[in-house]
Design a protein around this ligand. Structure first.
Ligand code: SAH
Ligand code: MG
Length: 208
């Protein structure tokens, strides 16, 4: 599988912010939770993480809900560090990564596995009922956003479900503290244990 993903990302240049090793970890955990519930990610961007999670879901007959309003995070806006002008829709003067995301789904043959949810995390959370097998949090990284996403979606995991949180930096010198503080809040509920950390991604398990 490692080779499949290496070949796929070598043949197709998919923009994104995820290390290969982190993607492989997502793939492995997504395969394992197939009997627990569907997978959901917050923050798909152009679909890099969605490919790792989606292929695992396809192999297991599971579903991935890929949530992103596709208007970009703070750092993707014009003038900011990670702005990509090719993902800017001049007609509405907003970011729009949805066309690129959809293209990635087609390339990876995931259109019968991944449900794109083009909406904010908060709006998607509002009426969400289905207990989830795995949640990957990689949306807004401000302390308030990261906290709302991690605590809100952690509550939707089924027992034995997996919560992955990206961009964990213990020291403020290495990066923003939002995701790290959010992870600590989730652990403080006593309902989760830490399984592992893969580069900047923490992997927690909802106690059974
Ligand atoms: N997981 C991606 C990178 C995600 S970048 C990868 O593997 O490359 C962060 C994404 O989160 C952006 O596309 C942005 O539009 C989205 N995002 C930010 N805040 C959000 C929110 N509140 N609800 C939904 N999506 C959000
Ligand atoms: Mg990230």
């Amino acid at each position: 599988m490692n080779n499949f993903f290496s070949d796929f990302f070598r043949s197709h240049c998919i923009k994104g912010f995820l290390a290969h090793e982190e993607g492989i970890a997502l793939y492995e955990h997504a395969r394992r939770v197939a009997g627990v519930g569907p997978c959901l990610e917050i923050g798909s961007y152009c679909g890099k993480s969605s490919v790792y999670l989606g292929v695992a879901c396809r192999e297991m007959g599971n579903t991935l809900y890929a949530v992103d309003h596709h208007r970009g995070s703070e750092e993707h806006q014009p003038g900011e560090e990670y702005h990509d002008r090719t993902l800017f829709d001049a007609r509405v003067q907003r970011m729009d990564s949805f066309p690129a995301f959809r293209h990635t789904l087609a390339l990876a043959k995931l259109e019968e596995t991944v449900v794109p949810v083009v909406a904010s995390s908060a709006l998607t959370l509002r009426h969400w009922q289905t207990p989830l097998g795995l949640v990957f949090i990689d949306g807004g990284h401000s302390p308030a956003m990261a906290m709302a996403d991690a605590t809100g979606w952690a509550a939707k995991l089924a027992p034995g479900g997996i919560l992955c949180i990206h961009d964990i930096f213990e020291s403020p010198n290495d990066g923003g503290q939002g995701p790290f503080l959010a992870m600590q809040a989730v652990l403080a509920t006593g309902r989760f244990t830490t399984l592992r950390q893969v580069q900047t991604m923490a992997v927690l398990e909802r106690r059974r």
